[in-house]
Design a protein around this ligand. Structure first.
Ligand code: C2E
Ligand code: C2E
Lengths: 250, 146
């Protein structure tokens, strides 16, 4: 890219040819502001208990890993490659530290199973009370788990709407200026299938997902439309996504 | 509704670009300030060892409890190379931090600070536009009886 001036280019060449530690350090420092950007974005959706300084530390490991593995001669843009590795490193570390207790993740699978069973039996989306009773847990606990699943990104549609952007594919990311025609067709097709499944959801569930994923509204704005709190929006979001996924897999 | 949607999508794209540039500027500014403190003897650590602390300033959410959105995917990076911010960022000051004179370092810092004020100002204005459009969209949905 244009900002790959000769000085940076020479530094990359020196580091890749000799593994020179000073060159590596200069590259880490030069690109380190990217970590600030990514840690801020990832941190924005996390519970306040997560220390932003920790996110930056994990992110720096991701940046170093990206610098060591990057191949400048392939002509891809380093920044795009790096931010996906940085994000991946932060999320991998958080998952390894079990910041979302295993109990919440185990419950997510249980909720998904119970939703499928009840929807099949009732031929409609179960209420929170019906779901909680079926699972033998208090409604408040169910709602708390649903809210957490949304907040920490364990339940969502990002992987369906934009498969390219999930961290697992971070390695192959080039500077995606133009998606290929196949990618475009695939994306349109997924959106069409999603929109169809969305239309079969009950009103409130459909609205939460439409406002968040297709209109880009914030949690607060969605809360205003539905007349509920932001935490209630988080709960409805998780429930609607689980219900939608059940319908897609039928 | 279509027009509102298009205008909001555009505001959000511009806001993403400005937020990216702003955070890159913040990183550079804070790294240079650390180097200046080191030269004055107020810091004994090496820059590379202090990176986590330098880069985590002003990163918390401040007052609000709830996030604006869920942990979402990163927006695509802006295409760089065309604007005057790219010109400022092409100053490879971070590659030669330890070799630059104090005056030259201050010149780089002043240029970055001036640009940061401009970017933060326009980001705030674009955020206000985006928020007004978001409110208008929410209102449309509310009035059709959600
Ligand atoms: N939750 C949240 N709050 C936000 C966001 N953007 C701005 N704010 C709030 O609005 C205040 C003013 O932001 P600004 O006009 O960009 O003005 C900012 C900006 O120009 C600059 N700044 C912010 N972060 C950094 C940083 O990491 N490094 C450097 N060097 N400057 C920074 O310092 C000024 C004051 O910063 P603060 O004291 O933190 O005060 C910030 C912060 O409380 C956001 O995305 N989320
Ligand atoms: N339309 C609109 N959009 C908004 C507003 N405030 C923030 N945003 C956008 O939403 C993203 C997340 O904001 P956050 O949850 O406050 O999360 C922020 C916040 O926690 C922190 N942050 C950013 N700037 C500052 C700052 O100046 N001071 C402090 N203390 N924290 C900041 O970094 C996180 C990520 O910041 P960004 O990358 O800039 O990304 C921001 C920005 O693109 C707003 O009022 N209206």
């Amino acid at each position: 890219g244009p900002e790959r001036t000769d000085e940076i280019g020479a530094l990359w060449a020196r580091f890749k040819a000799t593994g020179d530690e000073t060159a590596r350090e200069k590259l880490i420092i030069h690109y380190s502001p990217l970590v600030k950007f990514v840690a801020g974005r990832v941190g924005a959706g996390l519970p306040r208990s997560v220390d932003p300084g920790d996110l930056v530390s994990y992110g720096i490991f991701g940046l170093i890993d990206a610098i060591d593995k990057f191949e400048p001669e392939r002509g891809f843009k380093f920044e795009t490659y790096a931010i996906n590795r940085i994000k991946g490193a932060i999320l991998d570390e958080l998952r390894a530290l079990d910041w979302v207790p295993r109990s919440v993740r185990a419950k997510a699978r249980e909720i998904e199973r119970s939703m499928a069973e009840l929807e099949h039996r009732l031929q409609r989306t179960p209420t929170d009370e019906e779901l909680a009773r079926h699972m033998g847990m208090p409604v408040e606990e169910l709602q708390d788990v649903l809210g957490k699943l949304s907040m920490v990104g364990l339940v969502g549609l990002d992987d369906l709407l934009d498969p390219e952007s999930s961290t697992t594919r971070g390695d192959m990311i080039a500077d995606r200026t133009e998606p290929s025609p196949e990618e475009n067709y695939q994306k349109e097709e997924t959106r069409r299938v999603l929109a169809e499944a969305l239309n079969k959801l009950p009103d409130r569930e459909r609205l939460v997902l439409t406002l968040y994923y297709f209109e880009g509204l914030t949690l607060a704005e969605i809360g205003e439309v539905l007349g509920v709190t932001e935490s209630r929006v988080c709960q409805l979001h998780a429930k609607s996504v689980l219900s939608l996924r059940n319908r897609l897999s039928e | 509704l279509e027009q509102l949607r298009a205008r909001k999508a555009l505001a959000s794209e511009v806001e993403n670009e400005l937020s990216y540039y702003r955070r890159v500027l913040h990183g550079r500014i804070d790294l240079i300030r650390f180097e200046q403190r080191r030269r004055r003897g107020e810091e004994t650590r090496r820059l590379i060892d202090a990176l986590p602390e330098i880069l985590s300033e002003q990163l918390g959410r401040g007052g609000s409890e709830m996030p604006r959105t869920f942990v979402t995917d990163l927006p695509p990076l802006p295409d760089t190379g065309r604007r005057d911010i790219d010109h400022i960022l092409s100053d490879e000051v971070l590659l030669r931090l330890d070799e630059m004179s104090d005056e030259r370092l201050q010149v780089s810092l002043d240029a970055l600070l001036a640009m940061e004020r401009e970017v933060s100002e326009s980001r705030r204005r674009v955020q206000q536009v985006e928020d007004r459009l978001g409110e208008a969209l929410a209102e449309r949905y509310r009035s059709v009886g959600a």
